[in-house]
Design a protein. Sequence first.
Length: 449
Amino acid sequence: MFQKILVANRGEIALRVICACKELGISTVAVYSEADRNSLHVRFADEAVCIGPARSSESYLNIPQVISAAEITNVDAIHPGYGFLSENANFAKVCEASEITFIGPTPEIIEIMGEKDRARREIRAAGLPTVPGSDGIVEGEEQLAKEAARIGYPLILKAVAGGGGRGMRVVRRQEELLVAYQSARSEAQTAFGSPDVYAEKFLEHPRHIEFQVLGDQYGKVIHLGERECSIQRRHQKLVEESPSPAMDAKRRRDLGAKVVRALEKLHYTNAGTVEFLMDEDGSLYFIEMNTRIQVEHPVTELVTGVDLIKAQIRIAAGERLEDATGEFHFSGHAIECRVNAEDPETFTPCAGRVTTFQPPGGTGVRVDSAAYGGAVIPPYYDSMIAKLIVKGRDRGEAIGRMRRALEMFVIEGIKTSVPLHRKIFADPQFAAGQFDTHFIERLLGTNGK
């Protein structure tokens, strides 16, 4: 087992990794920007190293600075959390070259899954269904016209290196095609340094469902069930739950087996998430794979009893899956709300000082956060400040528990998304499990604005 791990992240996920390490008896090193000097992950780590100014490009994304911090503190491994460098294949390679274990998949698999067109080909070859679309990058307007005629409308253009909804354009009519193509390429170039896009059939009213997987270094892969992530705004998830109200036992068993077989063919190791869209007739199509731990991993932890962060660490240290996870079974229903520091009406980020932070408690309630009364939320990073997670015997009890917990969550000094979450959980369609990825637009009457 590792003696010391550096956590190359900040906020609640850095604190979450530190907690797992403490329980495993592993020393921790926090890295932090100047803006995060008073953060809880700095306070609770055994050692802490400042790696630069507030801007991510000069601190949390600065590979030489992170590696330097790892070397001067003599760590065995680096846990990247999510975001920042977690899906950076070059960072994983640098860790490897520096004889530091990267707690995640191999650089090769990160590269494959990071190129969405290549990932689609690999996954399709491994036996999973994909949304009908172009076979790779769309090279020029002539090929675009041919692909559009073959796929049919509506279609969607997606940045190959994309994420978070950037570099994406929905095209409903032929006359919109060229403008959308040029716009998507321009945004992709600005956001990701590559203008490459591919095309696929646009599903009008899909649900977003993902499978949590773990793979060890000995060729074994398992899945830990699915999560429903359809409640989102501009492709950013707001609520996640497990299991999905749209999945039955047979569909879960059949698709889960296909996911496991596909990833065993790819020799996948460590944690990952295979993401699907479900259309209105119940068909599921692969869209992408995230080669890291997810923000929403706690809902899987609550319904399986598996500590996914500990499992990541144990697998990276060479343990077999059965030892990393222990025996587990699925029980109950879990839901997570991402609490963001933003105006719930305009969605404008709201940085500033938290004057009061009183999280709810009680049976079946968990709060993952690095916020506290007096903490300053800086404007430089993602706006999520807490994750409120509940578990019930069934979905009905979990919803009732979440409603109660949201009422008792007191955050003052800044605006947060808690009022929006209360509105979501008061909606009868949500309670009935009758929703898709456009739920928030209909709830707010915004058409995505």
